[in-house]
Design a protein around this ligand. Structure first.
Ligand code: NAP
Length: 257
């Protein structure tokens, strides 16, 4: 079945998107809803999670907000249980929530390292374990993780903790794809480049950084959250039925070498 736009419909599927309160996560939630999925909009901030779900309702689509810290094991277990209790299934998991604090390695406190690892990496394990159990019982599903080119090819100064966490997401995606294939669960990741979201707002206000980015990015511009969301939608859909364990770079060519 395909949508009006001609791509595979997600009608009848339930998707959980983490960090859906703003930025890339909000765009992914909207994109999946437009393709027909019922979307659970998770965020640590209940206000923004509710705003995203309200936007989806305005378009006549199904969604509900769910506030939870995805680095909290018990909260994740409860969230997945509540989603299945409410919708009866869970077909798509998008691990998008992330933080990017900045600090030189020599000054980085343990707490910053641990928090970054817990939100960006451990949470991906926690949600994949909980959702994977549901998908296995259901007979299949799709997981899409949001990694970063910074974890794989283009490290960032002052963000070693962030780069390490995203390299972990890249590795976890592949190992998870290998294990979950037997349960008909596909697992892929996207590696965004520089995307116009609140996370990059400060750097985008610095003309030297903007000039450098424009020079480094072959397509000559920053990406939009919607451009990442469309690749996530593809990977989550049956159009990508034979794709697993892959990393898709959505970066205007920045990390092509
Ligand atoms: P963003 O604008 O900062 O949005 C991230 C969202 O995640 C926020 O709504 C945030 O809530 C939420 N969040 C943070 N910690 C959470 C937690 N523990 N539990 C649940 N939700 C939590 O970031 P973005 O730019 O859209 O980035 C989304 C993802 O893409 C991240 O994984 C990021 O690393 C990755 N990425 C972004 C870029 C880029 O250029 N923007 C590039 C490569 C990869 P609060 O606002 O309340 O903190």
């Amino acid at each position: 079945m395909s949508t009006e736009e001609g791509f595979a419909s997600l009608a009848g599927k339930c998707a959980l998107v983490t960090g859906a309160g703003r930025g890339i996560g909000r765009a992914i939630a909207l994109e999946l809803a437009r393709a027909g999925a019922w979307v659970v909009c998770n965020d640590i901030d209940p206000r923004t999670a509710t705003e995203t779900a309200a936007r989806i309702h305005l378009e006549g689509r199904g969604a509900f907000p769910y506030a939870a810290d995805v680095s909290d094991s018990e909260a994740v277990r409860r969230m997945v249980q509540d989603v299945v209790a409410a919708t009866g299934r869970l077909d798509i998991l998008v691990n998008n929530a992330g933080i990017e604090p900045s600090s030189p390695i020599l000054e980085t406190p343990d707490e910053m390292w641990d928090r970054t690892m817990n939100v960006n990496l451990k949470a991906v394990f926690l949600t994949s374990r909980a959702a994977g159990q549901v998908m296995r019982a259901q007979g299949g599903g799709a997981i899409v993780n949001v990694a970063s080119i910074a974890g794989v090819r283009t490290p960032l100064a002052l963000r070693a903790h962030y780069c390490a966490s995203k390299a972990g997401v890249y590795g976890f995606t592949k190992a998870c794809a290998l294990e979950f294939a037997a349960h008909n669960i596909r697992v892929n990741c996207v590696c965004p480049g520089v995307i116009i979201t609140p996370m990059t707002a400060k750097a985008r206000r610095t003309p030297e950084i903007m000039a450098r980015w424009q020079q480094e990015i072959p397509l000559g511009r920053l990406g939009t959250p919607e451009e990442v969301a469309r690749v996530v939608r593809f990977l989550a859909s049956d159009e990508a039925a034979y794709v697993t364990g892959q990393a898709y770079f959505v970066d205007g060519g920045k990390a092509m070498h």
